[in-house]
Write a protein that binds this ligand. Sequence first.
Ligand code: SDX
Length: 428
Amino acid sequence: MTKNTLTITDNRTGQGYDIPIEHDTINAMDLRQIRVNEGDFGMMSYDPGFKNTASTKSNITFIDGGAGILRYRGYPIEQLAEKSKFLEVAYLTLFGELPDKEAYDAWVYDIRHHTFLHENMKSLMQAFRHDAHPMGMFISSVAALSTFYPEARNVMDPEVRAKQIVRLISKVPTIAAFSYRHSKGLPYVYPNNDLTYAGNFLAMLDKMSESTYEVNPVLERALDVLFMLHVDHEQNCGTATMRVIGSSQTDPYTAMAGAAAALYGPLHGGANEAVLRMLVEIGDAKNVPAFMEGVKKRERLLMGFGHRVYKNFDPRAKIIKGIADQVFEVTGRNPLLDIALELERIALADDFFIERNLYPNVDFYSGIIYQAMKFPVSMFPVLFAIPRTVGWLTQWQELLGDKTQKIARPRQIYLGADERDFVPMHKR
Ligand code: SDX
């Protein structure tokens, strides 16, 4: 019977160690027994960027990077995008099962009736500069919500957690829409609880003096699908941040502000904004070959390409590319699509990208659709943060329920100065 262990020989001492293997992984703490001298701290693993380190066990999202597979609670993203809707996927992600009609209707009612923000929140948001980036407003406003719900600090109380989760999922579209209206110098539009999640968001963005806002069903469905595609993605940078901050048992508003801050980076959820700026800079498909030479010379990254986990097509990118045509039927074709298609065509045939497993990721095509829907580029990371709120909160809840988790506190390899005595100023 094969032993489920790893045998390590420390050639410094000739000592052998049998390390248990579980889920094809070893527990890093089992390395600490490997020492040269009795008083040594013991061995650690070194993994900048956590490229090969599991920080948790999870039941939420499964990704097979090599095969381009993404499943929420076991359901393939392709089936959910085609057959489900955002609030149903949000329920599935959070509670682990698809809801029956009664549970779904109660869930939708709950979400639709927590969309309003306290009027002080509105005043706080109006204090931002007229040209404040909507993502900066979003992050600050989510953090500020913690001051309106002090009971949220009772993170180990399931009922308190459930209430904050509903509040955040309900309110992030309102915060996002208020941030957008602020950037346009337009009055804020209050939520309409008779509309769907995506429909209400579109109305808060676009409603002007008309008495009732007519939601375009094609754009409403496209946005709902885009929201589904962005719900969760296991231990990405933003979610890992949510877990690190959540591990200190701070409230979910403060933790989520940190997660959104991580998402904002151009290497992460800010990439969709960077993709659009890149396409606009390229300007025409005929400029693509020269641009790609610059990428191959390491002068810049091909934004929207590459992924830490997917070494194949990001399944979300394929679905988003399919949505583009439906949206363009309503909005008119976005000419930037031709540049994006040429970038993809060249990248998929060029060894530089093939050898590095660089394929379009979720951010490559989403921005083209958002721009066609008239979203300003600065809103793109906010559009990512809205649905990812569900993933962040689900992962945060799983963390708090995991008895094996402790406060996140990585170690380091110290290579700095040895002990030395203070030198008074006149002797320096
Ligand atoms: C998201 O983690 C998630 O799940 C994230 C996400 C989610 O849903 O939460 O999927 C959302 O963040 C998608 C990624 C969006 N970011 C971008 O599109 C920015 C451009 N992509 C790169 O910055 C990069 O691909 C990352 C950050 C996404 C992944 O970087 P890794 O895994 O750390 O890979 P790496 O930087 O070590 O790159 C490996 C090689 C390097 O070349 P060599 O030095 O080995 O020769 O590939 C090169 C890199 O230079 N490379 C790129 C590139 N991405 C990697 N070269 C050109 N253009 C790129 N985009």
